[in-house]
Design a protein around this ligand. Structure first.
Ligand code: SF4
Length: 344
């Protein structure tokens, strides 16, 4: 196991400020049902604010990630690759070997007070989920939010974790002094799909309760509708049910994102697909033949469809607070995979 690099990218060399020695690691397990089979590696990191490489497709420059690995265990998780930088397994190891940067709050407070820091936006939940189950035990986020609040530093959080509601008061305090953006990730509301593809996460309905609660307390919350999973979660009826539920929860926006399969995630996802949906393997190989992303035509098709539904249900930043137009549910019957939203 390699502990020299706890920044969020591949190893960058001996001058990396995130370097620290193996003596900084304490390994723990907890014999409670919630954490059975999980190993925590507690470390004292040397830095906590990461700069996103310029080539990134991400719309943010600075990130804070107090954890590495994620017990939410989504089979498609793009962050799996980052476990290989530590010589840890990107499959089950990613789900069960969790690195905890126990000094994250104090490091962040120090960084925000530094003369070289100019109050830039900080994004969290961009690599792994900062409200995964480990946060219930380590409680790093309250100290992180307090540090940001005290400096009126703008920030955003993306999560699937209902635990974020524990920090509701702190989020409200922060939102009173700076820009706070919260997004919850819900790619689909199909419970059967959820159980197999996101086995460690709260159910989609519980995540939408988070959206509802935050909105009810004056904190606008968007939904990242991600991932839309080709042939399994992209049927028009599934998209409609999902956007409808998002609208009913009071989301300020919905942003669809089609599944992407980068190295690390791709192998794990395809192994899962071969076990659970072997008839789809060839179709996936064709859809993702060019690399990590589905073809542009497919992405555009999903995006247009979801945006049309969002308009129908009255979701959108410009309509925040406006009355939702939620028609009575329609009778739908599950369609066979062959009729799903695809031209392949
Ligand atoms: S919740 Fe996010 S970080 Fe965690 S496994 Fe799922 S996709 Fe990955």
């Amino acid at each position: 196991m390699r502990w020299e690099n706890l920044s969020d990218g591949p190893r960058r060399g001996a001058a990396d400020p995130a370097l620290f020695g193996a003596d900084a690691v304490t390994t723990r397990t907890f014999d409670t049902p919630e954490f059975r089979g999980i190993t925590f590696h507690e470390i004292r990191a040397r830095s906590i604010v990461n700069r996103v490489p310029g080539a990134s497709r991400m719309p943010f420059e600075w990130t804070v990630n107090p954890y590495r690995g994620c017990t939410h265990a989504c089979v498609y998780c793009f962050a799996r690759k980052t476990h290989s930088y530590l010589d840890l397994d990107t499959g089950l190891g990613f789900d069960s070997q969790i690195v905890v940067k126990v000094n994250a709050p104090e490091l962040l407070r120090r960084r925000l007070a530094s003369p070289s820091w100019h109050g830039e936006h900080i994004a969290m939940g961009t690599n792994v989920d900062c409200y995964q189950r480990a946060e219930g035990r380590y409680a790093l986020m309250p100290g992180i939010i307090e540090a940001l609040r005290d400096r009126a530093n703008p920030f955003s959080i993306l999560t699937k974790g209902t635990l974020i509601l524990r920090d509701l008061d702190l989020l409200r305090q922060a939102a009173a002094v700076t820009d706070v953006g919260i997004s919850v990730s819900v790619g689909f509301v199909d419970e059967q799909l959820w159980r197999t593809v996101e086995p460690g996460t709260p159910a989609p309905g519980r995540r939408l309760e988070v959206v509802r609660t935050l909105s009810g307390h004056g904190i606008g919350c968007g939904v990242l509708m991600a991932p839309v999973i080709p042939f399994l979660g992209d049927h028009p009826d599934q998209l409609r049910a999902t956007v409808r539920a998002i609208a009913e929860a009071g989301a300020t926006s919905v942003t669809p994102l089609v599944l992407h399969l980068r190295p690390g995630a791709r192998e794990w996802f395809m192994a899962w697909l071969a076990e659970h949906h072997p008839h789809l393997v060839r179709r996936y190989e064709r859809l993702y033949a060019e690399g990590a992303y589905a073809p542009k035509w497919y992405q555009r098709r999903i995006t247009r469809h979801v945006h049309d539904l969002a308009r129908e249900f009255g979701i959108g930043p410009s309509r925040a607070g406006a009355a939702r137009r939620i028609p009575e549910p329609r009778e739908t019957t599950p369609a066979p995979a062959a009729t799903q939203l695809t031209l392949l």
